[in-house]
Design a protein around this ligand. Structure first.
Ligand SMILES: [Mg+2]
Length: 234
């Protein structure tokens, strides 16, 4: 006799920068520094704009813009992790975005799984969270998805959709790029305007809901989640 099919669970896949944590003041500087350490000299052309891109993508683009060999990517990634750890140990603190701690608890209380879908590596994510005082234990790391080698965000969302097939998913993020990645995998998307983009800009995306932050918008988010959880249960 086989076990009965477990009920599908609802996974909230959280973006990190600009969503769980406020963006760092010098969000882009670390990438250039990591590549410069890998090549041993200053970059000729600066690192392109970074909001909403994966770590992997930013490094690929900067290597290409500077006509540098693609096989420098892994060395630059190692330097990026190390620089993040140095910043963390040096007291470069991020702030937790408004309402996040209560939202995580409210979701967990309802049986929703809090997990991560981010363009950062797992190490960088952990350093940033610990620096900000956000408990990494609040997340299911086994069902979290990272972008340290992903060339585009859609690669991460497609990986999440494949591995969590049969579960219910929703992405919470702060950039139009989060929305494009979500669309590529057919995952609904909630946009929160705590990062670089305004609520008006985020309304241009496919988001099922746009909120200013989780402090004011939690009840609306819970309504959306309740709608997803009750699908097929009637
Ligand atoms: Mg973000």
């Amino acid at each position: 006799m086989s076990d009965p099919e477990p009920d599908p669970r609802l996974y909230v896949l959280w973006d990190v920068d600009g969503t769980l944590l406020r963006n760092g003041i010098n969000a882009g500087g670390l990438y250039g520094e990591a590549i410069e350490l890998a090549i041993g000299r200053p970059l000729e052309f600066p690192v392109p704009r970074v909001h909403g891109k994966t770590d992997g993508q930013i490094i690929w683009e900067a290597l290409e813009a500077n006509a540098l060999p693609r096989d420098l990517h892994s060395l630059a990634s190692v330097h990026l992790d190390r620089l993040s750890l140095e910043r963390h140990l040096g007291g470069s603190r991020r702030e937790i975005a408004p309402g996040i701690v209560d939202a995580l608890q409210a979701f967990a209380d309802r049986g929703v799984v809090n997990a991560l879908l981010t363009g950062n590596s797992a190490n960088r994510t952990r350093y940033k969270m610990e620096g900000a005082g956000l408990d990494p234990g609040a997340f299911d790391w086994r069902h979290s998805y990272f972008g340290d080698t992903a060339p585009v965000r859609a690669e991460i969302t497609l990986r999440a959709a494949a591995e969590l097939y049969g579960q219910r998913l929703i992405i919470i993020g702060d950039t139009p790029g989060d929305g494009i990645g979500a669309d590529a995998a057919g995952i609904p998307f909630i946009a929160v305007a705590t990062g670089h983009y305004s609520a008006a800009e985020l309304r241009e995306t496919s988001a099922v809901l746009v909120i200013d932050d989780l402090a004011g918008g939690l009840s609306e988010v819970l309504e959306v989640l309740a709608g997803l959880s009750s699908l097929d249960r009637a």
